[in-house]
Design a protein around this ligand. Structure first.
Ligand SMILES: Cc1cc2nc3c(=O)[nH]c(=O)nc-3n(C[C@H](O)[C@H](O)[C@H](O)COP(=O)(O)OP(=O)(O)OC[C@H]3O[C@@H](n4cnc5c(N)ncnc54)[C@H](O)[C@@H]3O)c2cc1C
Length: 423
């Protein structure tokens, strides 16, 4: 049978100039033949169905924040979801859960503000407010959640997407089991997400004690992290490994609520702004205050970032996942590696973002990070402030390269460590 070519109108923005697009950190760029911004699900279907106007591959993007080459699509069609960003509303699903239905291009900050105003939340409240729901629903993420898994897709219970034939399809956890869970690990390769259903719960407050601690040895540093992790409800740390020091955010549950109490201001906002600047600049030359007993709504700490210019310090990082049983081993080995590398090149990462994530049963996370079956993982992610520094992060130089050498060392030295790159 001959293929039927279906042509249908496309109403959104359409550019065919072959303009170059870059990611947030200006470390990658791509020249798609066509760039489109659909304004309806029918527009997305029209793009997929008409390979003549919209050359393959068609790759969806949201805010182009990814630090890897995931969005690179030279000669293909870049489909940006930024105008599909409605929050449809709260509802109760067939299994009795309260959910929010939201379009794929909605940014996390917009979603968090909307949920906060309704007095509900999803437990995942990442730093990055500009990542889009569609991207993080099918990719790997991390944060130290209070009473939650610590990765965004854990809260996705339903997805509507356009498949390779241009059909609009919906998958849910209760009806589609395996297919649904596999789709959530697809990084956009199984279809273009246009809408998500996320389980929500009544909003809660958090209490944080912030500190910077200094240690005598990598073993002592690892022990310090283990003790803090056990003592609080969720721990987030930024380890300054070469200095044997760590910023610690010990989080505790502080009851129901969706608004930061006035008694925690202005300390709360002062801390938020300092932390945001530190993240924006990849922890380069920024001091973060260390208040204690700060009670706040975590919605407020989902931040917006400006697009940096090429001469500005700007965050870049890599994802590494390890089982918590490996924490001391990873820190000691990485410390030794970092010191060796520093001696050879003068380069060290500015810090290592350390999140603790609860892994579900294998069936619910079959691929990618956190797919090792039940347990606790921690991320140990090197942070840099210049993604095109040849020693640190770029793969286009003859000098010794951090990313490459670190990956090689990790896989040679420890076969127990999960080691993955994310979006
Ligand atoms: C300053 C900064 C801070 C960050 N902080 C964190 C953090 O705290 N925690 C964390 O986990 N991550 C963090 N990240 C990483 C960020 O969450 C991811 O890069 C995320 O994917 C970005 O979303 P995006 O909309 O920009 O995706 P894009 O870069 O636009 O797209 C990435 C990929 O996602 C897929 N995709 C996008 N939209 C869809 C869709 N509708 N359907 C199917 N697939 C799709 C495609 O494969 C696409 O190539 C941070 C990044 C930066 C730059």
């Amino acid at each position: 049978m001959n293929d039927i070519i279906i042509s249908q109108p496309f109403h959104g923005l359409l550019e065919k100039e072959g303009r170059s697009q870059s990611n947030w950190g200006l470390s990658r760029s791509t020249k798609p033949a066509v760039y489109v911004e659909p304004i309806s699900y029918a527009d997305v279907q029209a793009v997929v169905r008409d390979a003549q106007r919209f050359p393959s591959p068609v790759n969806p993007v949201g805010s182009l924040l990814s630090v890897t080459a995931t969005f690179v699509n030279d000669g293909g069609t870049m489909l940006c979801t930024r105008k599909l960003d409605d929050i449809v509303g709260l509802e109760v699903d067939r299994t009795g859960r309260q959910i929010v239905r939201v379009q794929a291009g909605c940014r996390l900050k917009k979603l968090n503000m909307w949920l906060q105003a309704k007095g509900v939340e999803i437990p995942f409240q990442a730093e990055i407010g500009e990542a889009t729901v569609g991207s993080v629903a099918v990719g790997d993420t991390k944060e130290s959640s209070l009473d939650g898994a610590g990765y965004f897709s854990a809260h996705v219970v339903g997805l509507t997407f356009v498949d390779d034939k241009g059909e609009l399809r919906t998958l849910t956890d209760d009806k589609d089991g395996v297919e649904f869970y596999e789709f959530k690990c697809s990084f956009g390769l199984s279809g273009i997400v246009v809408e998500c259903q996320l389980e929500v719960r009544p909003a809660t407050l958090c209490r944080s004690d912030l500190s910077i601690e200094v240690f005598q040895s990598p073993e002592e540093l690892a022990q310090g992290l283990i003790v803090k992790h056990e003592a609080c409800d969720a721990l987030f740390a930024v380890v300054f490994l070469h200095q044997l020091a760590s910023f610690m955010d010990e989080r505790y549950k502080a009851g129901l609520g969706s608004v930061t109490p006035a008694s925690s201001q202005p300390a709360c906002d002062e801390f938020r702004i300092a932390k945001r600047l530190a993240v924006q600049r990849g922890f380069e030359g920024v001091e973060v205050p260390q208040p204690k007993g700060l009670v706040y709504s975590r919605h407020d700490f989902v931040n917006e970032y400006w697009r940096p210019s090429a001469d500005e310090y700007r965050l870049d990082f890599q994802y590494y996942e390890h089982d918590i049983s490996q924490l001391t081993h990873v820190i000691v080995e990485t410390y030794n590696f970092t010191k060796d590398f520093e001696q050879q090149t003068g380069f060290t990462p500015n810090g290592w973002a350390t999140y603790f994530v609860h892994r579900p049963e294998k069936q619910k996370k079959p691929f990618g990070l956190y797919s090792g079956g039940p347990g606790i993982s921690f991320s140990f992610d090197p942070i840099c402030s210049n993604p095109v520094d040849p020693a640190g992060n770029s793969s286009r130089s003859n000098t010794i390269n951090w990313r490459f050498t670190c990956l090689a060392a990790m896989s040679l030295r420890s076969k127990h460590n999960g080691c993955s790159l994310g979006t």
